[in-house]
Design a protein around this ligand. Structure first.
Ligand SMILES: [Zn+2]
Ligand SMILES: [Zn+2]
Length: 311
């Protein structure tokens, strides 16, 4: 895919410099991964289109991804080293610990930069007011959407070399990009041996954002009995509205049945038959997918509003 590739082949020292700088604008690579900043022609045109400049946010997000991956890998190496006999308490161990701690400190720096970029971003206000969506997660979701914008789909090149020009997408296209399209009652699913037709990173980020809104459940709202699968909410509660939506969906699907043979609900090789009730896991995922779609739609609508409303 066009946004893959080693954009950030930056050396350690450069990374530190990049993180320390307050503005990342001079560091944008001339790469399609950051299409909004590459294709702009003039300030005048930019103002007319009111397009977002997500360049710095996208870079900060990439840096955070890289550092997080490296930190986790080295933490695992450290653990393996410590499991070897007689390695705990050695100077060698202390050196590796130092490296892991250094990576963790850099990761924190990258996170701070990313949060700052999210705050400065035109969509920052929406993220700040969306109950249950943090700046870090909101930014990483934004960065996972091609072009760093839920509304405008950037220009891209097809396999035969033709250029698909930049244009606003539809909400359904955004959902499909995040693997949330429903076809004849069946959710998008990866088929064996087939490449998925959605973006894994975007799906993962949308999932994590939805999952974090689940934690915004405040008293007196909650499950009435231990056996309840979902919470009940009082009027005007301070829970995340997305959590309320989830519980409404869960309640609605309590008696839902399959409209298709479901491989997920049956044991391996024996799908649950059409007409059988959804399993608790299926009810949870269906409700969570609904929340993912609503979050993406709200993000999309805000982006559209900001870029199309008249001054
Ligand atoms: Zn509530
Ligand atoms: Zn099922």
């Amino acid at each position: 895919m066009f946004f893959n590739g080693g954009v950030l082949a930056t050396k350690f020292a450069n990374t530190q410099m990049m993180l320390a700088s307050t503005s990342l604008s001079m560091l944008r690579p001339n790469n399609l991964r950051y299409p909004l900043t590459v294709r702009r022609n003039s300030t005048q045109e930019r103002n007319q289109m009111k397009k977002f400049d997500s360049g710095a946010l996208l870079i900060a997000s990439d840096i955070l991804d890289d550092l997080e991956r490296t930190r986790i890998a080295n933490q695992n190496r450290l653990r393996a080293f410590q499991n070897e006999q007689g390695m705990t308490g050695t100077p060698q161990e202390a050196k590796i610990v130092e490296i892991v701690n250094g990576l963790a400190a850099l990761e924190t720096m990258a996170e701070t930069v990313l949060k700052k970029e999210m705050k400065r971003h035109p969509l920052g206000k929406w993220v700040a007011t969306a109950n249950g969506i943090g700046e870090k997660q909101g930014a990483r979701l934004l960065a996972s959407l091609s072009g760093g914008d839920p509304y405008i789909r950037p220009e891209f090149e097809l396999e035969d070399g033709t250029i698909e020009p930049e244009r606003p997408r539809t909400v359904s296209e955004l959902w499909a990009y995040c693997g949330l399209r429903v076809d004849q009652g069946v959710a998008q699913r990866r088929k064996k041996g087939q490449q998925s037709n959605w973006n894994d990173e975007a799906k993962k980020r949308a999932f994590l954002v939805a999952e974090s809104t689940m934690k915004r459940l405040t008293k007196p709202c909650g499950r009435v009995t231990e056996e309840d699968e979902f919470a009940t909410h009082v009027d005007g509660c301070t829970c995340s509205p997305y959590r309320v939506l989830y519980d409404t969906q869960r309640a609605k699907h309590e008696t839902s049945t399959h409209t298709f043979d479901c491989p997920r609900c049956g044991p391996k090789g024996k799908p649950a038959l059409k007409g059988s009730p959804l399993s608790a896991g299926h009810r949870h995922m269906r409700s969570l997918r609904y929340v993912m779609k609503r979050i993406l739609r709200d993000y999309y609508n805000e982006s559209k509003r900001l870029q199309t409303e008249t001054k």
